[in-house]
Design a protein around this ligand. Structure first.
Ligand SMILES: NC(=O)c1ccc[n+]([C@@H]2O[C@H](COP(=O)([O-])OP(=O)(O)OC[C@H]3O[C@@H](n4cnc5c(N)ncnc54)[C@H](OP(=O)(O)O)[C@@H]3O)[C@@H](O)[C@H]2O)c1
Length: 352
């Protein structure tokens, strides 16, 4: 069992935190994020399936033993961060909440439940104050980075229509998907046949739409971008036309976004709104090859990078932007920990 770190905040309240899915791509990042941001943890409970019970993960200067998730895992837990998939969240989220924990859930299980707030701190933190089920939902990774970038523009000119095409990294599909990309890449480079494991086809040196089918020829991921954007922004009239695509990148999602407003907006006005906006790093260099937000630069950082802000050439008053963020950080673990910070602490330094 891990005991409190010395973080210079000895008089501050500390919390028992559980991470469900602590061996996964997001769960590991959650544990690192709690440590990096010095979240005041009195005890960390690292939970996963029977498969990895007994394994250890690094936590401060020690190793933490993974425990098997079960109905009694949440006794005494103040905050439960879930990232073990929808069915685990559906089964165990209410159990954790009934045991007294505030649940912050990364899966899609509770996102569209009207009784669960769907929260991006930079956009709608106040929504987290009302949580009848004790569960706060963390949005989909591609939606989070888009709404962080668009919120300052929405506040100024109200968004009418978003056309978004994503370039999503393999880590967004979990740890095993990254292994699949690497194995497929080795096969291609070695002149061997590609044998996809997690992906439904070749992802190495290819692009692929690999999400489950949703309604009407749109994927589930595309529908998530539609519904979640409206719920987070609190505006059901926003039109969202998404195309989600997986690219052979290990980590870091990119998005090409065309946005139209209820009144004309210029690129120059948008840049001044985005400069200094919470959670945003504006990259407003003039176009040059290779000078723009990129997953390789964003990975391992916390910000949402917004660049290539341009007046649209065909639609007066509309804009085009290119937005990149680390999907495991701002798209998942960081956003969840930021919610916990704002709900539970006033003394933790709030970095964006
Ligand atoms: N990756 C992203 O960018 C991203 C972004 C936003 C949201 N999410 C969501 O976060 C969740 C986790 O994603 P991930 O990418 O971290 O997946 P992952 O790498 O595949 O990890 C899954 C985790 O869940 C655990 N788990 C699976 N079944 C379990 C069970 N029955 N009981 C207890 N633990 C169980 C696994 O434990 P074992 O080691 O024991 O198998 C592992 O720790 C998903 O709901 C995903 O949609 C992911």
């Amino acid at each position: 069992m891990w005991r409190p770190m010395s973080n210079g905040m000895s008089s501050a309240k500390t919390f028992v935190v559980a991470v469900v899915g602590a061996t996964g791509a997001v769960g590991r990042e959650m544990v690192r994020t709690l440590e990096r941001r010095r979240f005041p943890v009195s005890r960390l409970v690292a939970l996963a399936s029977k498969r990895s019970a007994g394994q250890t993960i690094p936590w401060h200067n020690t190793e933490l033993t993974i425990e098997e998730l079960g109905p009694t895992s949440f006794a005494g837990v103040d905050i439960a961060l879930f990232s073990a998939g929808g069915s685990v969240s559906r089964d165990y989220g209410p159990i954790a909440a009934n045991a007294g924990a505030v649940v912050i859930d990364n899966s899609s299980a509770w996102r569209m439940d009207p009784a669960c707030p769907l929260v991006v701190p930079e956009v709608n933190m106040a929504a987290a104050d009302v949580r009848p089920k004790g569960i706060v939902a963390n949005p989909n990774c591609s939606t989070i980075q888009m709404v962080v970038a668009l919120k300052p523009l929405h506040d100024a000119a109200r968004i009418k229509h978003i056309i978004v095409s994503t370039y999503q990294a393999t880590s967004g599909k979990g740890h095993a998907a990254v292994e699949d990309l690497l194995a497929q890449s080795r096969a291609v480079l070695g002149g061997m046949p590609v044998e996809p494991d997690v992906f439904p086809g070749q992802i190495a040196f290819n692009v692929l739409s690999d999400w489950k089918a949703g309604e009407g020829d749109y994927s589930e991921e595309e529908w998530k971008m539609v519904h979640e954007t409206r719920k987070i922004m609190g505006d059901a009239s926003i039109g969202v036309s998404p195309t989600t695509v997986r690219v052979p990148v290990v980590n870091g999602h990119a998005e090409s976004i065309h946005v139209q407003f209820h009144r004309p907006m210029t690129a120059s006005e948008a840049k001044s709104l985005l400069r200094g906006a919470e959670g945003v790093v504006l990259m407003d260099d003039t176009y040059a090859p290779g000078v723009h937000p990129q997953p390789a630069h964003a990975t391992g950082t916390d910000a949402v990078y917004v660049g290539r802000v341009r007046d649209d050439l065909a639609v007066p008053g509309a804009l085009n932007l290119f937005v990149v963020a680390d999907n495991l950080r701002k798209g998942a673990a960081l956003n969840a920990v930021q919610i916990a910070e704002r709900l539970f602490t006033s003394s933790v330094e709030r970095r964006t």
